[in-house]
Unconditional design. Structure first.
Lengths: 281, 264
């Protein structure tokens, strides 16, 4: 066990193709009780290897719930969820994905490096390999000088980078991200988006990314999945083929066209509901 | 940056000097009041009289203080360990926790005066055991409640993270709940350190030999009517309480290096 785990932490390891398939998933909270909530109804979603997919929609559309179903933090009330061809629960136990949340969720009592080592520690990887991998990841997220700092000594954006490094520690082919940049200021946020694209391109990682920012979704994604609430369902898939992202992308006309397309898809939902809830920034 | 706050150093000096100045002013006022109004010593002795009595009887005071300090210390250690271990059990087994929490609260509501007398009957009243048991019980509750909260009040994001990492319940306890409970434990210990000296004093007054600060205060006041001496013992009790509290605060600083900055 620990031998294969240390192998997994080896540098030459090749990431296996990471795919996600959701078929007919329903999620009902408090079923049969007066406060029953249908969070998701009849969700079908396929994510190809290496694809970057954003889930966007007004609050209450179940985008975070869908992400948690893929990560097996929740069990669907109906339907099947497959990650890398196996049941989501198996994929979780095999650590086929890494996860990042809106809060960095770092442990104050651990140094930055030891926070990143946590997933490897749980898999029984030995100390030297763990440390080497943490340092490698800190270089990747450009925090090489902060290995022995405490999390609270870092800014919000830096903490979130540590959280991403931790999610990548056991070399998952799939990243599940729940509004990881939601609490950051606009400048930091754009910077982090560019960093995430660079990292995922470098590693060939498949990503499912929950956000409520339209420009963020368009900038990051190969495909934007638009969701609608009550009950949560998928209403649109918008392919974003606007070439390689760089600083000029944010000023390109194709970028704005895609933003408009996503916005109109969301407007359609809002017209039906008569409510707001999506960030236009 | 032009409106910079006072430096931490001058801040620290002010925080030490201010209470000392206030304390001296208070003592001066007290002295003046007793002299000017010709207050009788059995009502209120002069601070200078208490001070000279303190040094005249220093050997006695030191002996009594040592007895009380030892009782408070053993009670504090045993009660803290007991409280922390019980909290671990209560957290691990939900049913046990449901049974224990109201019981602990009920035990906490028992007046220590009653306990002291009862323990004196149950155990050999010539030893220090009944007194230390009283301290143990008084200390138990704040430590138990705080540790239990620390074990339970874990950040939801940490639990989700651990689940996403397929961590076992044991790993969650060891790597999340236990470290999370340490600051709570030390808070409980700080509260308990203030209580343990009072508990030791009161229990000494009600049970056992006439050796601790509790009986000495009573003896000096009632028996020999030496009021300055009674007050000198009170001063010692006060110093002892402060000493326990300071050690608890120091322990908090040493044990929690990660708490020196703002969290998250």
């Amino acid at each position: 066990m620990s031998e294969s785990a240390s192998e997994a932490a080896g540098v030459s390891d090749v990431v296996v193709p990471a795919t996600v398939s959701v078929i007919g998933a329903d999620m009902v909270f408090n079923r049969g009780r007066p406060n029953e909530v249908v969070a998701l109804r009849d969700i079908d979603l396929d994510v190809a290897d290496g694809e970057f997919v954003s889930l966007i929609g007004p609050s209450g559309c179940g985008k975070s719930t869908l992400l948690r179903l893929v990560g097996n933090l929740l069990e669907p009330t109906a339907g099947t969820i497959t990650v890398n061809g196996k049941p989501a629960s198996r994929a979780r136990l095999d650590q086929d994905y890494g996860m990042a949340f809106q809060q960095a969720g770092l442990f104050d009592w651990r140094t930055v490096a030891r926070n990143i080592e946590l997933p490897l520690e749980l898999r029984g990887v030995d100390k030297a390999d763990r440390r080497a991998r943490a340092l490698e990841l800190l270089e990747l997220v450009k925090l090489g000088d902060f290995a022995d700092h405490r999390p609270w000594e870092l800014s919000g954006g830096m903490q979130q980078r540590v959280a991403i490094a931790r999610a990548l520690a056991s070399r998952p082919g799939l990243l599940l991200m729940d509004e990881p940049f939601g609490a950051l200021d606009e400048m930091t946020r754009e910077h982090m988006q560019a960093e995430l694209i660079r990292i995922c391109a470098e590693l060939g990682t498949t990503v499912i990314f929950v956000t409520h920012s339209i420009p963020e979704a368009v900038y990051l994604s190969d495909r934007v999945v638009v969701m609608s609430p009550r009950p949560g369902r998928i209403t649109d898939h918008i392919d974003v083929k606007i070439g390689d992202r760089n600083d000029d992308t944010r000023e390109a006309s194709e970028f704005f066209e895609k933003i408009t397309e996503v916005r109109e898809a969301l407007r359609g939902i809002e017209r039906d509901l008569g409510g707001l809830g999506v960030d236009d920034r | 940056m032009s409106r910079s706050a006072p430096t931490p150093r001058s801040d620290r000096i002010a925080s030490v000097v201010a209470p000392i100045v206030l304390g001296i002013a208070f003592l001066a006022l007290w002295q003046w009041f007793v002299v000017a109004r010709d207050i009788k010593p059995f009502l209120l002795p002069k601070p200078t009289a208490i001070w000279s009595e303190f040094w005249d009887s220093f050997a006695n005071i030191r002996k009594a203080t040592r007895v009380t300090a030892t009782n408070a210390f053993f009670g504090l250690v045993a009660g803290s360990i007991g409280g922390a271990v019980t909290a671990l059990v209560a957290n691990r087994f939900r049913r046990v926790g449901e049974m224990l929490t109201p019981l602990a609260a009920a035990a906490n509501a028992i007046p220590i005066v009653a306990l002291a007398a009862i323990f004196g009957r149950m155990f050999d009243s010539t030893t220090e055991t009944p007194r230390r048991l009283v301290v143990l019980l008084v200390v138990f509750f704040p430590v138990f409640i705080n540790v239990l909260r620390g074990l339970r009040e874990v950040e939801p994001v940490h639990l989700e993270l651990m689940r996403s990492l397929a961590a076992s319940p044991t790993a969650v306890s060891r790597r999340v709940r236990l470290p999370n409970a340490i600051p709570f434990f030390l808070t409980g210990l700080r509260v308990a350190s203030a209580l343990c000296v009072i508990a030791a004093l009161v229990s000494e007054y009600f049970v056992g030999q006439q050796n601790g600060l509790g009986p000495k205060i009573a003896g000096a006041a009632k028996g020999s009517s030496n009021y300055p001496l009674a007050w000198a013992f009170v001063v010692a009790a006060c110093a002892l309480g402060v000493a326990f509290y300071l050690v608890a605060i120091l322990l908090e600083r040493v044990a929690l290096p990660w708490r020196r900055g703002p969290s998250r």
